[in-house]
Ligand binder design. Structure first.
Ligand SMILES: *Cc1c(COP(=O)(O)O)cnc(C)c1O
Length: 429
């Protein structure tokens, strides 16, 4: 019988993958904690939390137990006109921990749909009020997902080029990275007008855009400025939510709280697909009417799937535990220690950290493009040594599950140092 990778290649089209040149995929047979076990007996340290979803380790026994109980009780039920315990409990518990002002929970099934729903809520909010606003402001280089609305508010790049004619217009502000704050504020004064429906941002860390980080104070100023013109504020916390930035939500660093929030990825601890959009009471109330026409006509077949809700409830128990709190602080400290080691290294620039997220640029040939060669070499070098990191262009980053041990972190740091030495030795110019 052919091996799994060859059978895969015959029938499967992988995400974000150039199928003609991609190497055969690596079959994984099992996961435990931060380790993935390959079919060939090799082990991989999952330092990117399997595309940013995993919080408490793979095949977490507590989450597995809770999902399995739910699976034997109620696997799914239509969520229009019906409800169930895990959905209600999850909404109650989410609202209790989200930043002040969030009042209602709308379920969907991934990060992109969580963003689509937030945008539709924002546009229809103004429509229902009879004061339609059509302008959206987003940050350059943002990533909000791969569906059309989410793509439209994401930064325009080679990824979105084939679709540009089909994307609605969005006005962009540069990211207010340290040193650029004043310039961005000046632009914002012109952009934030009374016809802006919504301002959407990934608070404090832009993920797919290259782990670009900026300070809470400047986002507070931008949020304030937008709010003064009546615009709705959308915080896309699909990646930053559930402890990643050191606090439960990146918005917890802000004084000015969002009107709408998008959650997904870590919400189930990385076990199941789930998306959540939350909003404030005034937004919700703009849809209340005796006229059916004001309804939010949006829903997905697997809305509030009970298994996903159970996984999210179990993950929340773990996330809110003292152990996880301590682990998040521990990883942040380990990272900080590595930052001081990195600063003495050549070939590294723009080192940045927020909580459990650590990123830096690999300097050298090829510039910063996602398509550049240094990326492929770094990826292969680390994978060869059992460390799964997937650089974003020349940006190398760490996003470990919270159960990752100090030994696993130190092993990873050492391999990164070996990579830097290797790149310096093999530099062509
Ligand atoms: C990943 C991501 C999304 C899209 O989520 P999917 O579940 O992949 O559709 C949206 N926003 C941000 C900030 C993300 O990191």
């Amino acid at each position: 019988m052919l091996n799994l990778a060859t059978r895969d290649q015959a029938v499967i089209w992988h995400p974000f993958t150039q199928m003609q040149t991609a190497p055969l995929p690596t079959p994984i047979v099992r996961g435990a904690g931060s380790v993935l076990y390959g079919a060939d007996g090799r082990e991989y340290l999952d330092m990117i939390a399997s595309w940013w979803v995993n919080l408490h380790g793979h095949a977490n026994p507590y989450i597995a137990q809770r999902v399995s109980e739910q699976l034997n009780t109620l696997e799914h039920v239509i969520f229009a006109d019906f409800t169930h315990q895990p959905a209600v409990e999850l909404a109650e518990r989410l609202l209790a921990i989200l930043p002040a002002g969030q009042a209602k929970v709308f379920y969907s099934d991934n990060g992109s749909t969580a963003v689509e729903v937030a945008l539709k809520m924002a546009f229809q909010y103004w429509y229902n009020l009879g004061q339609p606003r059509q302008k959206v402001i987003a940050l350059e280089g943002a990533y909000h997902g791969d569906t059309f609305g989410a793509m439209a508010v994401s930064g325009r790049s080679a990824f979105t080029a084939p679709f540009t004619p089909f994307l609605f217009d969005v006005e962009y502000l540069p990211v207010p990275v340290p040193g650029q704050e004043e310039a961005v504020l000046r632009q914002a004064r012109d952009l934030f007008t009374t016809d802006v429906a919504a301002f959407i941002a990934e608070p404090l860390v832009q993920g797919a855009g290259g782990m670009v980080m900026y300070e809470p104070a400047i986002l507070d100023e931008l949020f304030q400025m937008a709010r003064q013109q009546g615009s709705l504020l959308i915080a896309d916390e699909v990646m930053t939510g559930f402890g990643r930035t050191g606090r439960l939500f990146a918005s917890d660093y802000l004084t000015e709280k969002p009107d709408l929030m998008c959650l997904s990825k870590g919400i189930t601890g990385g076990t199941m697909a789930m998306g959540v959009t939350t909003c404030t009471q005034p937004i919700y109330e703009a849809f209340l009417s005796t006229e059916k026409i004001k309804t939010l006509f949006h829903g997905h077949s697997y809305t509030a799937n009970p298994l996903a809700c159970s996984a999210a409830l179990a993950s929340m128990d773990l996330t809110l535990s003292d152990d996880t709190r301590a682990n998040i602080d521990r990883i942040s400290q380990q990272h900080a220690g590595f930052v001081s080691r990195l600063t003495t290294q050549s070939g590294v620039g723009n080192i940045r950290q927020r909580g459990t997220l650590l990123a830096f640029d690999l300097l050298g040939e090829g510039g910063t493009s996602y398509f550049n060669g240094i990326r492929d070499r770094a990826y292969a070098f680390l994978l060869d040594r059992g460390v799964l990191m997937r650089p974003l262009g020349n940006v190398l980053y760490l996003m470990p599950p919270y159960c990752t041990t100090n030994e696993q972190l130190q092993y990873t740091y050492t391999q990164i140092e070996a990579l830097l030495t290797h790149l310096a030795e093999t530099a062509t110019d």
